[in-house]
Design a protein around this ligand. Structure first.
Ligand SMILES: [Zn+2]
Ligand SMILES: [Zn+2]
Length: 278
């Protein structure tokens, strides 16, 4: 994945936007060569805070996320074992995650869930890792970050057992990629929903319709970087600064002013993850 050249970044308007990237894999190896520049560009584009997702590179990615969050203002960590890595879920990883969760920089648990599209891990291991990690999040009183792909019904069934946790602490369906029908079920459970660069894709009509139906108080925005680079920079590596394009597309789809959607999603992220106000 090729990094974005500096002249291809979003232009910062007169009215500077303030945003939170609620889901970014900033610890991924593709950022090893220029992570500090990426963070600096994020700040220049108004991305004031970033939730760094430790899940996605086994247990080790969680240590990287934690380290980043402890070293830098505006960065926070979410820890967990991704459904892709569910084959690695065992007593030892559980103990390590419990230990990590004691630090103040951990603001969420995830991403956890089910991915029956790729099936990088065995289905039975995905089920076990998901349920057991929902249990851990409930014990630790951490908001859940949920990943689901080709597994809507079963994800929902598992989450229904955690309705009390969802209502008291919270759960976020990240990178929403389904339609209005699926959306309603998550909203009824009391969940928050986060949208990524998919909203900038012209052919994503179901996602567009869902975005139009999310109540303003439940909406968050994310990059899911380095993946899902928004239009007009598909093909390049995604990074937090690109969240500006997603915010602009979301505002247009909801017929709202971009500053309004930024303020709303900022406040929602702060409340959901209990982030400090800068
Ligand atoms: Zn995901
Ligand atoms: Zn992710």
């Amino acid at each position: 994945m090729q990094p974005l050249p500096a002249d291809k970044l979003p232009e910062v308007g007169v009215e500077k936007l303030r945003l939170i990237d609620s889901h970014c894999h900033l610890g991924a190896a593709v950022f090893d060569n220029d992570r500090q520049e990426v963070i600096a560009r994020a700040h220049q584009s108004g991305i004031e805070q970033i939730v760094v997702i430790g899940a996605g590179q086994g247990i080790d990615g969680n240590y990287t996320a934690l380290q980043l969050a402890e070293q830098q203002r505006g960065l926070h960590a979410a820890i967990g074992i991704h459904p892709h890595d569910a084959d690695q879920w065992n007593e030892e990883t559980r103990a390590k995650l419990f230990e990590m969760a004691r630090t103040n920089s951990v603001v969420g648990y995830g991403e956890v869930g089910l991915d029956f599209h790729y099936n990088h891990s065995a289905v039975k291991n995905q089920r076990r890792a998901f349920s057991e990690q929902c249990e851990i999040a409930a014990q630790l009183k951490l908001p859940l970050i949920i990943h689901t792909r080709n597994a809507h019904k079963e994800t929902l069934q598992v989450l229904q057992h955690y309705q009390k946790h969802i209502q008291e602490i919270g759960a976020l369906l990240h990178c929403f990629s389904e339609g209005p029908g699926e959306l309603q079920a998550y909203l009824e459970l009391g969940m928050h929903v986060s949208f990524a660069g998919i909203v900038t894709f012209a052919n994503a009509t179901a996602v567009h319709q869902a975005l139009q139906q999310v109540p303003a108080s439940r909406l968050l925005l994310e990059t899911d970087a380095p993946f899902l680079t928004p239009k007009p920079r598909r093909g390049f590596r995604n990074e937090p600064a690109c969240l500006v394009w997603t915010a602009a597309a979301a505002a247009q789809l909801r017929s709202e002013d971009v500053t309004k959607i930024c303020a709303e999603t900022y406040a929602n992220s702060v409340r959901f993850f209990q982030l400090p106000l800068p």
